[in-house]
Design a protein around this ligand. Sequence first.
Ligand SMILES: Cc1ncc(COP(=O)(O)O)c(C=O)c1O
Length: 351
Amino acid sequence: MPVYVPGEQPQGGAWVKLNTNENPHPPSEAALDAIRSAVAGDGAALRLYPSPDSSPLREAAAKVHDFPADRIVAGNGSDDLLNLIIRAYGGPGRAVGMLDPSYSLYPVLAAAQGAPVVKVPVLPDLSFDLEAAAACGAAVFFLTNPNAPLGIRFTPDRVSAFADRFPGLLVVDEAYAAFSDSDCVDLARGSPNVVVTRTLSKGHALAGLRAGYALCPRETAPLLHRVRDSYNLDRLAQAAAAAALHDRAWLDRSVSAVKSTRRRMLAELAAIGWSSVEPHGNFVLTEPRSVHRPPSPETSAHAFEFLKARRILVRRFPGHPLTEKCLRVSVGTDAEADAFLAAARAWTAEG
Ligand SMILES: Cc1ncc(COP(=O)(O)O)c(C=O)c1O
């Protein structure tokens, strides 16, 4: 089986950690209050099992998206949902499709179910062949949108055209949708074969909590319920995620702060000659270069080590022509972005 290798999670402080696309801002106070009230007094509420189907979270998501609650399934992070979908739809003879590059966890989850993986390449112009993807023979296809690690996004019209042609279940993994200008929730509302997965980890700054949800066609929700753990989200995660979803003003503020830092990072990287993919998530895929070091996998590795020596952690994706010359840098706070940009300037000036 392939093994999923997560980005480094150094447990000591003093790192500028821009390698796993966490939100740099503290989460909504409403989410923290919900956790405090769930353990208020002597914490006796923790004696009791939580809602088996995470109804507080599902009802909050139903309200936010104006989507039927009985077609929403909650997950212990969206990784849990991706796993449930592959358990329900993948298996020997029932292949899992994905774009290459996209989220490297899908093949790991597919292997655990004995499901073959079909990879459809992202083309050099950052599009993909829709007809080839629709005819790839997979039972379930994961379209990461916005795409990680590239940061590109596909418009709802394009996703809809794909869904119309694809005979299986199309899962639009919208982990980064909060930072994009479009999403496919309307498509999930109306299509018989489209699931949208969302996470509280990125937009809502709750990666440590583990909560996500899937907006499903009517026939899909019961299948996912059937294969999930009976209490797949704990009481604190359900309460905090519901409160975070209701706090839309917090989300707007956080997203606009991330977008403004993202714009600045993009402009300052362009100013030192690093070219970047136009970003639609909370990260920038950028190609380091200097006078004596043209873009190459070696240049990317050199810049990575230079940053790491200054305790700035970013991510490399070697082995794929669209990413091997690049660094993926999460959008941090303004201070973190400044530290990264200063080091990037210093590396470039060294030649
Ligand atoms: C494309 C994509 N999908 C899903 C996830 C998982 O998110 P969660 O924290 O909700 O499990 C990630 C996390 O980095 C991601 O990049």
